[in-house]
Design a protein around this ligand. Structure first.
Ligand SMILES: C[S@@+](CC[C@H](N)C(=O)[O-])C[C@H]1O[C@@H](n2cnc3c(N)ncnc32)[C@H](O)[C@@H]1O
Length: 331
């Protein structure tokens, strides 16, 4: 007798019901809300929602099985972020609609306060790092990627934009100022904004050495007390030091004049956890899609990108995003 093993048929209903089940719980909906612009580890989420770790792990597993969240390894830690809906696939439209509704939820005040506390801890760790490393800054940067490795790529994208002779530039987080001479040459006026007085002093010394007369230095936090606008905002290797990079992109977009260009140089996602200790990195690079998604959510239009592979195995992404010229409303 010829016994045939029945082939297992994947049932589409299973996928849809997993999605409905995952969305059918208030805590899971709030987790999705909290992940709208951020990614958190399981311990952070446990703290934010004041719940037990095993309960939170269970909820994350259900969300993950329904493909509502995706994971990303950062060294030894696993971070959860929202998965992007694929509306062309089964369940994709339901997924997109669920997120749209979730985004209208307001998180309870105590949850919001604990999210701010997590952001505060991340930001303090980053600021503390830069106040301690001034003397060995260059060597530290060169462990992964220094300006010489990505200067030409940033300039290639920069020079493809047609800025007027009166255009202004803002560099956020200039570090020791290595990129300022290139900006000073191309723009009528350049502002270099950093929240570390130690780093700003290094930039000041470089401006003096190079006689850069059209550069102003500004001690300020790019995310909280920057109130200027420029035609071009350059952010080289800074985003991975921000506590909440998606929110940061939204804030950086407000620093652009209508029609202005945001140039972001960043590491691509990597798994070299030692960079946290050695270079004060809060994030181990970024997925290309995440950057584009966050920029789009901030009202910017993704433009051209260049990628630079380094001999040490890291990959750099240089990204151009534009604020539409017609976007003249005040943000
Ligand atoms: C890794 S360094 C990059 C320096 C330089 N752009 C380069 O590529 O060599 C990051 C810089 O961002 C600054 N920074 C970090 N968080 C900031 C914030 N919230 N506002 C302004 N500057 C910040 C740090 O002080 C430091 O100078």
């Amino acid at each position: 007798m010829n016994l045939r093993v029945p082939s297992i048929r994947h049932d589409d209903c299973d996928e849809l019901s997993a999605l409905c089940k995952a969305g059918g719980d208030p805590l899971r909906l709030n987790v999705l809300r909290a992940l709208a612009n951020d990614s958190f580890g399981v311990l952070e989420l446990t703290h934010i929602f004041a719940t037990g770790q095993s309960g939170m792990s269970h909820h994350l597993k259900v969300l993950s099985q329904a493909q509502l969240v995706a994971t990303r390894r950062e060294g030894n830690a696993i971070f959860y972020r929202r998965a992007l809906p694929h509306t062309e696939l089964l369940g994709g439209k339901l997924h997109a609609a669920l997120l749209e509704e979730v985004d209208n939820l307001t998180l309870p005040a105590d949850v919001q306060a604990r999210i701010s506390a997590v952001h505060g801890q991340r930001a303090a760790a980053s600021q503390d790092f830069f106040s301690r490393i001034a003397e060995k800054f260059r060597a530290q940067q060169d462990l992964i990627a220094g300006v010489p490795q990505y200067r030409d790529s940033v300039l290639t994208l920069l020079d493809k934009q047609s800025f007027s002779p009166a255009a202004t530039a803002l560099e956020v987080g200039p570090g020791d100022g290595s990129f300022l001479p290139d900006l000073a040459q191309r723009f009528q006026h350049v502002t270099a904004l950093d929240n570390s007085s130690v780093m700003l002093e290094l930039a000041r010394q470089l401006c003096e050495r190079e006689s850069l007369n059209n550069v102003s230095l500004l001690l300020a936090d790019a995310l909280h007390d920057a109130h200027l606008q420029a035609d071009c905002v350059v952010v080289n290797m800074v985003l991975h030091h921000f506590a909440a990079p998606a929110d940061a992109l939204r804030q950086l977009a407000t620093l652009l004049k209508p029609g202005g260009s945001l140039l972001v140089t960043e590491l691509c996602s990597h798994n070299q956890a030692w960079a946290r200790e050695a270079c004060g990195d809060l994030w181990l690079g970024f997925e290309q899609d995440d950057l584009a998604h966050w920029a789009t959510a901030a009202g910017l239009v993704p433009g051209e990108s260049l990628y630079v592979g380094l001999r040490n195995g890291f990959q750099i992404q240089v990204r151009h995003f534009q604020r539409p010229a017609g976007d003249t409303h005040h943000r």
